[in-house]
Design a binder for this molecule. Structure first.
Ligand code: FES
Length: 298
């Protein structure tokens, strides 16, 4: 077998399967016989969780460490380890959107684009536009690019489905048809877009490291910009659900501090730095024609 550092996803799956089989075999034993094995398992897991928690906390204190941590979490093996110990919350839509972000420049350089429609435990639905449409060789290649990225970074997702394009929208406006989005010029007020997406404020209104509150119908949303990158969260603190828009963001570390009881959050990921198990609810966000668009419903 390859060294641990170079294990493939299928080899990792094999290791996980062996662990599951060993555990299942232990559970067939009498309670007395099970106890030493389960005690050993629990002790090793607690030991690992303690060490991992300290490593994560230390990395989060340093901007370079935090960047490295986010890179590490993109590795399926690291993510699985953190998830096993409850150190990351499984937010598939945010992870899926990030994976699509990695292929978007390539897609756009070939005249195409990709949009996340929905993601569930095993299935992701995307919408492809531009030169991704049709059955030409380049369209097939672009679709394969999306599938390969999903399979590499989110191996738990088994099905990649492509949602049909909507001709009425796709041809209503030349630019928008090219991008595959609903034309903003045809939208008045703050209507719902397709698939729970809602038109928000101009992206330029959201200043660096200044919490921005935007109320979309019955949903209060917090939009933050850190190092130029926009993120949206439900405007509810993970502690007692109070609004976060009166809080502050440290421009150096990107730490958002709740104004009510001082819980601290990483404003890039929503992770709570005060209580590791807590997390802000991230909402998928995209910017189109200078406007922020957030998905507020599934
Ligand atoms: S409500 Fe945010 S810290 Fe208590």
């Amino acid at each position: 077998m390859a060294s641990v550092a170079t294990l493939t996803n299928s080899e990792l799956d094999e290791l996980a399967r062996k662990v599951d089989e060993a555990l299942a075999a232990v559970r067939t034993l009498s309670p007395e016989a099970q106890r030493p094995a389960l005690d050993l398992k629990n002790a090793i897991e607690a030991f690992h969780k303690l060490g991992l928690t300290k490593i994560i906390q230390r990395l989060k204190e340093d901007p370079r460490g935090k960047e490295l941590l986010f890179e590490l979490v993109d590795d399926p093996a690291v993510y699985a380890l953190f998830a096993m110990h409850g150190l990351v919350r499984e937010d598939l839509s945010v992870r899926a959107a990030r994976v699509l972000d990695t292929v978007r420049p390539y897609m756009q350089s070939h005249g195409g684009d990709v949009e996340l429609v929905s993601v569930s435990a095993e299935t992701i639905v995307v919408k492809l536009s531009g030169s991704c449409n049709g059955c030409s060789m380049s369209a097939v290649t672009l679709r394969n690019t999306v599938e390969e990225a999903i399979h590499e970074h989110l191996p738990q997702i088994r099905n990649v489905q492509v949602a049909p394009n909507e001709p009425d929208h796709a041809h209503a406006d030349a630019d928008s048809a090219k991008a595959g989005f609903v034309p903003l010029g045809s939208i008045a007020g703050t209507p719902k877009l397709d698939h729970g997406w809602t038109l928000g404020p101009p992206a330029a209104d959201v200043q660096e490291a200044v919490p921005f509150r935007w109320d979309a119908d019955s949903t209060s949303i917090l939009i933050v910009r850190f190092h130029g990158r926009l993120q949206a969260f439900r405007n509810e603190c993970a502690h007692l659900g109070m609004p976060l828009d009166g809080g502050s963001i440290d421009p150096e570390s990107g730490v958002l501090v709740c104004p009510w009881h001082g819980f601290r959050f990483d404003c890039a990921s929503g992770e709570c730095l005060t209580v590791p198990e807590a997390q802000l609810e991230a909402l998928p966000l995209r910017v189109e024609q200078g406007r922020v668009i957030v998905r507020t419903a599934a």
